[in-house]
Design a protein. Structure first.
Length: 417
């Protein structure tokens, strides 16, 4: 018997003892009142149990649970029914929330229920709902897996977006919703990234990849996206270099430094220029080539004129005479020739270069003297004597520096004929 029932009996006994002291007349009035009072007390004392049972019969299990929870020292079948109802209701709530782990535990705990409520049919229906929902979840998992596999073929990534929208029409768990949202996000981002990459919007490519925060790496397109990023970053760096070189070539061209602008044009045309930039650089190159050619022709004309002037103004003497003058009167010869430009003709005896500096020189014969005159050639003149041979008569233009080791010396020579 519950504690509440024991209290009712005690109250009832006390009421009866007091009633016995009244006379029969009074008893006729008091007894019915007492009975009503006792009944009211009994009902009041057991109101939570009564209302709990009543709501069970009506199927209002949440209300029944509330009433049962108010019973002090609840025990026996009432306690079991209370616990089973709570378990059953938690299962229904888990079904709504897709908490399959909780629902699985509830179904297992309700297998051997012996209380009247929840009913067997209700428990069976909950089990059926659990199995059905479990199959739906497995089916959704399979479909999600199939969609994920599409990432293996980047040409089909755009199809993933529509398939994710179709999947969202299914009843998905919260975890599945998050997964589908992530898959769609990655697929959409890939399509956007590729679109920006194809349009050459490299800053947008890098920005969108960074916004993905590496989540794409688990979907099999890491290599593709990393390649987009690497190429975009390389293009950004190239663009910085192009902009710098474009500024330099424009500055040099406008300043008339056509040699520099011509070299820079060749470098720029190997780079990934925009169409209008390419046309501009090609124009600069064409104009620079013309200007460089004109400057070269002018310089050659001026050099030729200067050389001819030097030849015309130079002291003309043959190797034998020059040697003889230095040999017979070195002081007079130095006074006459040293520091002056000479045009010397003679027969080649030897062609060589100095040991330490590698300066090219030619020994001209003076009669029977093999090295009567030594002509040291400039870097320009060095290339002129590559085809000169021993015994050949040549004329050289050079500045006399006097005599050394018995030989008249000419420096910075060039071949005249």
């Amino acid at each position: 018997m519950d504690t509440n029932s024991e209290n009712v009996v005690e109250v009832k006994d006390k009421v009866i003892e007091r009633v016995k002291v009244f006379d029969k007349k009074k008893l006729a009035i008091i007894i019915p009142v007492a009975i009503i009072l006792i009944a009211a007390i009994i009902v009041f004392a057991n109101r939570n149990l009564i209302m709990g049972n009543y709501n069970c019969e009506k199927g209002n299990y949440q209300a029944a649970i509330t009433y049962y929870s108010k019973i002090k020292k609840i025990k026996g079948k009432t306690l079991s029914q209370y616990q089973n109802l709570r378990t059953y209701e938690s299962g229904k709530d888990a079904l709504i929330k897709d908490d399959m782990q909780t629902l699985s535990s509830v179904v297992a705990n309700l297998k051997n229920v012996t209380t009247e409520y929840p009913t067997k049919s209700e428990i069976n229906q909950l089990n059926i709902d659990y199995e059905k929902r479990n199959e739906e979840i497995k089916k959704n998992d399979t479909q999600i897996e199939e969609v994920t596999k599409l990432f293996s073929d980047v040409t089909k990534v755009s199809d993933i977006i529509g398939k994710c929208d179709e999947l969202k029409k299914n009843k998905l768990t919260q975890s599945q919703i998050s997964q589908v949202d992530e898959i769609k996000k990655v697929a959409s981002a890939y399509v956007e990234i590729k679109g920006e990459f194809d349009k050459g919007n490299n800053e947008a490519v890098v920005e969108k990849i960074e916004q993905l925060s590496g989540v794409y790496q688990k979907y099999g397109i890491s290599k593709n996206i990393d390649e987009f990023k690497d190429k975009a970053q390389a293009a950004i760096e190239e663009r910085k270099l192009i902009d710098e070189k474009l500024k330099n070539i424009r500055d040099n061209f406008n300043a008339g430094n056509f040699d520099s602008s011509l070299n820079e044009a060749d470098e720029l045309l190997k780079m990934n220029l925009k169409e209008e930039e390419k046309k501009e650089v090609e124009t600069i190159k064409s104009t620079s080539e013309t200007k460089v050619a004109e400057a070269k022709a002018k310089a050659e004309q001026e050099a030729a004129a200067a050389r001819q002037k030097a030849i015309d103004e130079a002291i003309k003497v043959n190797a034998s005479t020059l040697y003889e003058e230095f040999n017979t009167n070195n002081v007079g010869a130095e006074n006459k020739y040293k520091g002056k430009m000479l045009l010397v003709t003679g027969t080649v005896y030897n062609i060589d270069k100095t040991f330490f500096l590698g300066t090219a020189y030619v020994n001209l014969m003076a009669g029977y003297v093999a090295d009567g005159v030594t002509a040291y050639f400039s870097s320009e003149g060095k290339s002129q004597i590559t085809n000169v041979s021993q015994g050949q008569t040549i004329t050289v233009l050079g500045r006399c520096s006097g005599r050394s080791l018995g030989s008249a010396i000419l420096n910075d020579c060039v071949l005249v004929n």
